[in-house]
Design a protein around this ligand. Structure first.
Ligand code: NAD
Ligand code: TYD
Length: 352
């Protein structure tokens, strides 16, 4: 009996070697033993198979190293496993990189999504397509919350590329009747997040006794969600979300960047019983087009699917800090030449 005969659901998870994708696969694999999970990832600087902690041994899991910009390779893979569902996470995901070099964001986030939609359309009725998107598509607002019906107003090339992908997904629902669902989530944090993003970058720099850079006045506000809560929401939305629907996934705490950084420093001071890491904070030149505040109204996912964040911010932050302290080798292995040259480009000249 071959793989496709044994499994009713043959689900591609794109970006499964990245931060959220690897957490999602580790969450789903034991829950759905009768599915076949095909992890499609081309392993950019942000993709790392060690994030999956030996799941390659699971009999319901397969890894395929494929670039989603390469339609023909994607098609061969979809045909090989007779794929009938996608949870699409593969993306260039960092705003600062999109400012330094937007082109790859257009290619991967828009053209890559288009390739996957085309394949889903070719497979015909019964194909489920879940696009994992971001709160950044709505842009910034000083007060109040964005509902799923809010107009899109993206500020960065990253946000604009994700917004474009969302629009394409909706067009495939309306035009071709593809069974789509979109989720827009707030800022995630947790184990295996690449140290270009705020929380792991602060932990890494604090560990190395290096300056902790805060853009602008540090009062930009983000809503934070522990990655496991996001994974639980994705499971619910993929399985129970209405065709054509969009679900916002709100955070469990809304905090200014300076407050987040101070809390990380305090947790590290407490665990390591030495130093005063807040002294490492330096205010640096602002990110161009820096959104002031992201804020999502999550009434839809709460009332329709019964989802709630299961972790408080502070508990999950402490767990995250402890994970990075225990996995310093993983952190160091991220510090490749590619990452360091990005780091230089992003932070040089930013000093106020
Ligand atoms: P990440 O950067 O950690 O991982 C992205 C993964 O995609 C990597 O494994 C990378 O190798 C892979 N990838 C990139 N380009 C590819 C390509 N052309 N072909 C195949 N694979 C490719 O990102 P993340 O933080 O895990 O985010 C995952 C998804 O969730 C993204 O779509 C992002 O927009 C969305 N999202 C992230 C957050 C967040 O806070 N991190 C919040 C909301 C939504
Ligand atoms: P980031 O983790 O890049 O996520 P996003 O841009 O998707 O929200 O940044 C979170 C916030 O932290 C954002 O307001 C920018 C800010 N920030 C800093 O102040 N310093 C840094 O070194 C980084 C990476 C981010």
């Amino acid at each position: 009996m071959n793989q496709t005969d044994r499994h009713n659901i043959r689900l591609v998870v794109t970006g499964g070697a990245g931060f959220i994708g690897s957490n999602l696969l580790k969450y789903l694999l034991p829950l759905y033993r009768n599915y076949l999970f095909v992890n499609i990832d081309c392993l950019t600087y942000a993709g790392n198979l060690t994030n999956l902690e030996n799941r390659e041994k699971e009999e319901n899991y397969i890894f395929e190293k494929i670039d989603i910009r390469d339609f023909n390779s994607l098609k061969s893979c979809f045909d090989k496993y007779d794929i009938n569902a996608v949870i699409h996470l593969a993306a260039e995901s960092h705003v600062d990189r999109s400012i330094l070099g937007p082109e790859v964001f257009i290619d991967t986030n828009i053209k890559g999504t288009f390739n996957l939609l085309e394949l889903a359309r070719m497979k015909g009725p019964g194909f489920r397509f879940h696009h994992v998107s971001t709160d950044e598509v709505y842009g910034s607002r000083d007060e109040g919350y964005f509902s799923e019906a809010a107009a899109y107003n993206p500020s960065s090339p990253y946000a604009a590329s994700k917004a474009s992908a969302d629009h394409l997904v909706r067009a495939y629902y309306h035009t071709y009747g593809l069974d789509t669902v979109i989720s827009n989530c707030t800022n995630n944090f947790g184990p295996y997040q690449f140290p270009e993003k705020l929380i792991p970058l602060v932990i890494r720099n604090a560990l190395k006794n290096e300056p902790i850079p805060i853009y602008g006045d540090g009062r930009n506000i983000r809503s934070w969600l522990f990655v496991e809560d996001h994974c639980r929401a994705l499971d619910m939305i993929f399985h129970r979300g209405k065709p054509g629907a969009t679900y916002n996934i709100p955070g469990s705490a809304e905090l200014s960047n300076i407050e987040v950084v101070r809390r990380v420093c305090r947790i590290m001071d407490h665990i390591m019983s030495d130093g005063h890491r807040e002294d490492l904070i330096v205010f640096v030149g602002d990110r161009p087009g820096h959104d002031r505040r992201y804020a999502l109204d999550g009434a839809g996912i709460k009332s329709e699917l019964g989802w709630r964040a299961g972790h408080t911010f502070d508990q999950a932050l402490e767990r995250t800090v402890r994970w990075y302290l225990e996995n310093q080798q993983w952190l160091e292995e991220c510090m490749t030449g590619e990452y360091m040259s990005y780091y230089e480009r992003n932070y040089t000249g930013r000093r106020k």
